[in-house]
Design a protein around this ligand. Structure first.
Ligand SMILES: [Cu+2]
Length: 150
């Protein structure tokens, strides 16, 4: 039992960050292509509290700016739309994923290489700040590429 508990603790330390009423897990980003200054990150957010909260902003040292985006189908093309906030109802889970909600890394200083990790800090309307470690995966990881219109 001790070993299992230790393993669970280790797994949680690498993939899940728990703030007072928020859980952030599975944070990952796509490796950037060539000299692209634009990257995208994905994660799963859960509001474990009894009150609604909102994700209002994010920052990462690897990017000059971080924006909250969603993807919308526009005919044959997937386009992105910037969001001011993302609502988190009590007990709600919000999944960021390719072709959906994503965290846009703008003005990325150096290419994001597969295998690298970087911190991402999420700020919520409640005043909570949660910093997660984002794992950089391959450029084509998990799903089709979104056409970015910046
Ligand atoms: Cu975007």
């Amino acid at each position: 039992m001790k070993i299992v508990a230790l393993l669970l603790a280790l797994l949680c330390a690498t993939s899940t960050v728990q703030a007072a009423d928020l859980t952030v897990r599975d944070a990952w980003a796509r490796a950037t292509a060539g000299q692209s200054k634009i990257g995208s990150a994905y994660l799963t957010l859960k509001n474990t509290g009894a009150t609604a909260d909102r994700l209002v902003s994010a920052t990462a040292p690897v990017a000059g700016a971080v924006e909250l985006h969603t993807s919308i189908q526009d005919g044959d093309v997937m386009r992105m739309q910037k969001l001011d906030t993302i609502d988190l109802a009590p007990d709600a889970t919000v999944e960021f994923k390719p072709s959906g909600l994503h965290i846009m890394l703008v003005d990325v200083a150096a290419p994001l290489k597969q295998g690298a990790r970087f911190p991402l800090t999420l700020t919520f309307a409640s005043g909570q700040n949660v910093t997660v470690e984002v794992a950089v995966m391959g450029p084509g990881a998990s799903g089709p590429t979104v056409t970015h219109q910046h």
